[in-house]
Design a protein around this ligand. Structure first.
Ligand code: ZN
Length: 190
C-alpha cells in the first residue's frame, strides 16, 4: 500500500465529473487500499478518488467507527435537512464552513469485487456520503455555501497560498492540513 498525494483546489481533476468504474481487478483493489491508507494517515473521515488524482467514481469513508468504500455510488437523500455543521475538505486545507445537507442518505453501489452494497446513515455519515459523492461530480462543499459564508470562502481560497500548503502537506501530512473532512472540524473522532 502507499500514501497518495492529495490534490488541492485549483487542480482540474477536482472539477471533472468522474467516470464510472468498469474494471474490478487488482488496480481497483490497490486504489481502494491506498485511498484507505491515505485517509487514515491524514485522519480524514472520507476521501474521493479525484482527490488523489484518479477520475473514477469511488470513495472511502470512516465515520464513528464505520469504515468502508463504495464504487459507483448512487444516493437517495431524505427531503428534509439536518442541522448545519462545519465541514472541511482535505483538498481545501485550513478552511471550514457550515454546510446544509440532507438528514438521511442511502447509498447503493458496489464493492471492489463488483458485489452490490447498500449503506445508509444520518448525521455525519449522511453528510460524508453527500460530500464525497459531490467530489465525484466535480463539486466542492464551498460551492454549496451561500451569502456571507460563500463570499468569505471564495476570498480565503483566492488569498490562500496553496503552493506552500501543498508543500507542507507533502512533508508533514496531517499535522499541517488541520481541517480534514470530518476530523477535528466536526468535533468528532472518526
Ligand atoms: Zn472533500
Amino acid at each position: 500500500m502507499a500514501i497518495l498525494n492529495i490534490r488541492i483546489i485549483g487542480d482540474p481533476v477536482l472539477r471533472t465529473v468522474a467516470d464510472p468504474v468498469t474494471e474490478f481487478g487488482p488496480e481497483l483493489a490497490k486504489l481502494v487500499a491506498d485511498m484507505t491508507e491515505t485517509m487514515e494517515d491524514v485522519e480524514g473521515a472520507g476521501l474521493a478518488a479525484p482527490q488523489v488524482g484518479v477520475s473514477l467514481r469511488v470513495f472511502t469513508y470512516r465515520i464513528g467507527g464505520v469504515e468502508g468504500h463504495i464504487v459507483n455510488p448512487v444516493l437517495e437523500n431524505s427531503e428534509d435537512f439536518q442541522p448545519d455543521q462545519v465541514e472541511g475538505c482535505l483538498s481545501i486545507p485550513g478552511l471550514g464552513f457550515p454546510v446544509r445537507r440532507y438528514r438521511h442518505t442511502r447509498v447503493t453501489g458496489v464493492d471492489l469485487q463488483g458485489n452490490p452494497v447498500t449503506v445508509e446513515g444520518e448525521d455525519m455519515l449522511a453528510r460524508c456520503f453527500q460530500h464525497e459523492t459531490d467530489h465525484l461530480d466535480g463539486i466542492l462543499y464551498t460551492d454549496r455555501l451561500e451569502g456571507e459564508d460563500r463570499k468569505a470562502a471564495l476570498r480565503a481560497i483566492r488569498n490562500a497560498n496553496y503552493d506552500a500548503i501543498t508543500e507542507q502537506t507533502t512533508t508533514k501530512r496531517a499535522k499541517s492540513v488541520g481541517t480534514s473532512f470530518g476530523g477535528s472540524s466536526f468535533g468528532i473522532t472518526p
